[in-house]
Design a protein around this ligand. Structure first.
Ligand code: BGC
Length: 862
């Protein structure tokens, strides 16, 4: 038996890790059971940790407990596994290297361009350059780098890594990440280090209204190149005033949302020098996967009915655009990037663009924008985001690729007098480099496409932060991430990604314990702070760590987040109670009602049930339901962490809210509505029991039938509809909803040609919103029936049905790759289950038979 898929803190061979006692992970290959392991860790030639032979089946979260490690330490570790026969296998090897852990490690100075930024002025990209000689050979070279802005570093003409858009998005008021790159192989005797610096999240547009200068006016760079020679001596080339500077290069304007203005005739002169500046923030390691370029899509040229030329890349995505053109110097090419063609077949950005003032704006204008009082704003308005590339040709052959903007697009409107060949254009998907862990292929093409559309919407929105959409808002809406977490964790390995974002969540918690509705901070805080306590959104601080814990078996995420969860719990408790005590006088549990606060409700239910003013009307039903649900999770978490007094308090609120809800909203289960969210919620959140529950289930089935198997839930309830129907013994109804190709439904958009998930059932809003794709969890955990239910343990309980004749799912869990595959002929079901070594599963067949099995492939016919 041998260890495979060795990882450190969810990362493969991380460089620049900020965790000094990291946890180690592996999966087992060959053999049946891991009876023991031995980890040996070495730093240089020295053994810094040797666990000896540990009798254990553990493959995850094995914490390094050796000699204390320090900055820059590189640790090579190996693991040997013993199998069920007591035989040791060959060692498997991996490594990690720590970053700069002590603020004093930073000897480089913060530098900026030599200009004083003025209000209302946007500046071109800064170019910094340092030429230096090294004594050869260099044993190792590391570049530690970060910026207030977005940087791109190039050493001797080569990008220092595949990572893009560093340092990534955090709340820069609290946290700034740095990256570490191994640049040993790029060094020569004479070297040129060049760094380009753009506005990024720091100074460029953020959020729906494209507020700028959210974190500051002056962009800054910190770069420290450390060289180690074979004799052990070291040398550092750090950013300082010896870095030359100019801003006369080709990128005349760069903004993540608006795009780039690029003049290929220009090259930086480096005629000036960088200026030393101050920055008090100490950069920390992200301990996250980097953002990198992924799939590339060629273009097809369309001519629209009005004669416009549009490039169609065939896939809606978030990322860069690249092209090659030749022409006369000064010839222009403008690309505007968008997600759709309108009803007339013309390019449009209307489904995501808003308008904002041309000039920088403050709080007053922000209020007008947020409250739809645009007409009150003085001065000119402009569309936001612009999503465009304005390119000027050099006269030779030019290659352009976006570096400092990200577009949500499938189409590009082209305006140019250059001769263009669509074969010279490409769309490049850009997202956090998460390992793809889950696939599910069924006999239904539409279902398969929907799952892949969901994966694409995940790719389109997992760029360092889980955002709602890559076009209009690009914000880390907490509720969206909350509803999608389980689906996300099937599709890709989100261990490192969500650990990072949960840190952002903690950074973004407000003084009273609520969370901003979008994380990280984006400048226009008013709306987001006001709606920050919204149930379903704020609950992300509890529900995501809880699900993360269950999925990855990682209890430490609960410890990391406990303080924040507790503060949020206290916020809810403080706000619980009736809005109008007289009106609630007949409710004996009124103190557990949750009627206060601003709540977003189910958000984007089908049009007929949509709340006209979410966030403005009270939402006591939703809020009390989530008070119960979240307190139930909190009570379990507090118990696991040994916080018994808290656990009792949370359990009291969980039970109290349930009683209050039953009294106020359930009317003995005689709720008469076709609004599915109202029926699904009490069922899914554990608010109904016995006859009340049965009546609600029956009414839900009736509601679905009354609406011809359409879905009419919003963000919060959409993931619960099919599981609730299945749990109520109606998988066939669930399948009919899934199969439905008529709007509102998941497959209507597939039928309409969607390549990503739409925000709303009508397709009027953004076309790249993963939230409604959260139904895909059901494909994995119910249709294929794959669930992680304990350490090294799964439950496989497929529920075949509907028009599906087969389903095959594979999931690379933290314990290894598990697969469930079934085919159906008539009433016969054939199931194949494959378990990785060192795991077990409870297999439950639809006919009720159960089997407890171990590694290998198991076949069943039922
Ligand atoms: C966003 C959603 C978000 C919602 C909450 C929308 O504008 O796009 O994804 O959760 O607002 O109100």
């Amino acid at each position: 038996m041998r260890a495979i898929r060795l990882r450190t803190e969810y990362l493969t061979e991380p460089l620049g890790l900020g965790i000094t006692a990291p946890r180690l992970y592996w999966n087992a290959d060959g053999g049946l059971r891991q009876t023991a392991y031995q980890v040996v860790a070495r730093r240089g030639g020295e053994t810094v940790w040797d666990t000896g032979k540990v009798a254990s089946s553990r493959m995850t979260h094995v914490r390094y407990e050796g000699v204390p490690l320090g900055s820059r330490d590189r640790v090579d570790w190996s693991v040997v596994l013993w199998d069920e026969a007591g035989a040791a296998g060959p060692p498997a090897e991996s490594w990690f290297e720590l970053g700069l852990l002590d603020p004093a490690d930073w000897t480089a100075e913060w530098i900026t361009g030599d200009y004083t930024p003025e209000p209302d002025v946007r500046y071109p990209v800064d170019h910094f350059r340092r030429d230096f000689r090294v004594r050869e050979p260099v044993l190792a070279a590391r570049l530690y780098i970060t910026a207030a802005g977005v940087y791109e570093a190039v050493l001797n003409g080569e990008p220092v890594s595949e990572a893009r858009l560093g340092p990534g998005a955090t709340d820069y008021r609290h946290r700034l990440h740095y990256q570490t790159f191994d640049v040993t192989s790029l060094l020569a005797a004479d070297n040129v280090l060049e760094v380009r610096l753009a506005d990024g999240w720091y100074r460029g547009s953020l959020g729906a209204f494209g507020a700028t200068h959210v974190f500051g006016r002056e962009t800054r760079l910190l770069a420290q190149l450390e060289l180690t020679y074979p004799d052990g001596s070291t040398e550092t080339v750090g950013s300082d005033e010896r870095f030359r500077w100019s801003d006369d290069g080709p990128v005349r304007f760069a903004d993540l949302q608006d795009g780039e203005v690029y003049d290929a005739r220009l090259a930086p002169s480096y005629s000036g020098h960088a200026r030393i500046t101050t920055e008090t923030m100490i950069p920390t390691a992200a301990d996250n996967v980097p953002v990198t370029e992924h799939e590339r899509f060629p273009a097809r040229l369309l001519t629209t009915p009005s004669g416009a030329r549009v490039l169609d890349f065939g896939q809606n995505l978030a990322g860069f655009v690249a092209f090659t053109v030749s022409g006369r110097a000064g010839q222009r090419l403008t690309l505007r990037l968008g997600e759709i063609l309108d009803g007339a077949g013309e390019f449009t950005q209307r489904n995501f663009q808003l308008r904002k003032p041309v000039h920088e704006f403050g709080r007053d204008v922000e209020i007008l924008l947020l409250t739809g009082q645009e007409s009150e704003i003085k001065g000119e308005l402009q569309p936001t985001p612009k999503q465009e590339v304005v390119f000027t040709a050099s006269g030779g052959t030019d290659h352009y690729v976006t570096r400092f903007a990200v577009f949500g697009f499938r189409y590009a409107l082209v305006e140019t007098d250059l001769d263009i060949d669509p074969a010279d254009f490409e769309a490049i998907a850009v997202y956090s480099a998460m390992e793809q862990t889950g696939t599910c292929v069924t006999s239904h093409e539409g279902v398969n496409r929907f799952l892949e559309n969901t994966r694409w919407s995940m790719k389109g929105n997992f760029l360092d932060v889980p955002t709602d959409c890559p076009t209009r808002e690009r914000l880390g809406w907490t509720g969206d991430a909350q509803v999608f977490f389980d689906t996300a964790a099937y599709l890709m390995d989100v261990g490192a990604f969500f650990r990072k974002w949960l840190r952002d969540v903690r950074d973004g918690q407000l003084a009273d314990g609520k969370l901003s509705a979008v994380i990280p901070y984006n400048g226009t805080s008013m709306l987001y702070d006001t709606t920050g306590g919204s149930v379903g959104w704020a609950d992300a601080v509890v529900l995501i760590p809880y699900r993360y814990w269950k999925r990855y078996g990682d209890e430490s995420i609960l410890r990391d987040c406990y303080d924040a969860m507790r503060r949020y719990a206290m916020f809810m408790i403080t706000n619980a109670g009736p809005l109008d005590p007289e009106a609630a006088a007949d409710n004996p549990h009124a103190r557990y009602l949750y009627e206060k606060g601003v709540h977003l409700g189910d958000w984007l239910e089908a049009a007929e049930f949509r709340d006209p003013s979410p966030g403005r009307t009270p939402m006591p039903e939703e809020a009390t339901a989530y008070l119960h649900y979240t307190m139930t999770h909190l009570a379990e978490i507090a118990t696991v962490l040994g916080e018994t007094a808290d656990a009792d308090l949370f359990a009291e609120y969980a039970q109290g809210a349930k009683a209050a809800y039953t009294h106020q909203f359930l009317r003995d289960g005689t709720l008469d509505t076709d609004r599915q969210a109202k029926l699904v919620r009490p069922l899914a959140l554990g608010l109904a029991d016995g006859d009340v529950k049965r009546r609600l289930e029956d009414r839900l089935v009736q509601a679905v039938k009354n609406r011809d198997f359409h879905v009419n839930t919003g963000f919060l309830s959409t993931p619960f509809v099919l599981p609730t129907l299945t749990a109520a013994g109606h998988p066939e109804i669930a399948y009919r909803m899934l199969d439905n190709e008529d709007a509102p439904s998941w497959l209507a958009e597939v039928k309409a040609g969607a390549t990503t998930v739409w925000e709303d059932w009508e397709g009027k809003e953004s076309r790249n919103h993963y939230s409604p794709g959260a139904v895909c969890q059901w494909l994995f955990d119910t249709v294929a029936g794959l669930r992680v239910t304990g350490e090294n343990h799964f439950t496989i309980a497929p529920v075949p049905g509907g028009s599906l004749t087969s389903a095959q799912a594979r999931y690379t869990s933290v314990y290894g790759t598990v697969a469930s595959s079934w085919t159906r002929t008539g009433t016969d079901l054939h199931l194949t289950v494959t378990l990785p070594p060192n795991t077990t599963a409870d297999v439950r067949l639809p006919n009720g038979t159960e089997h407890v099995v171990g590694p290998g492939t198991h076949e069943y016919t039922a």
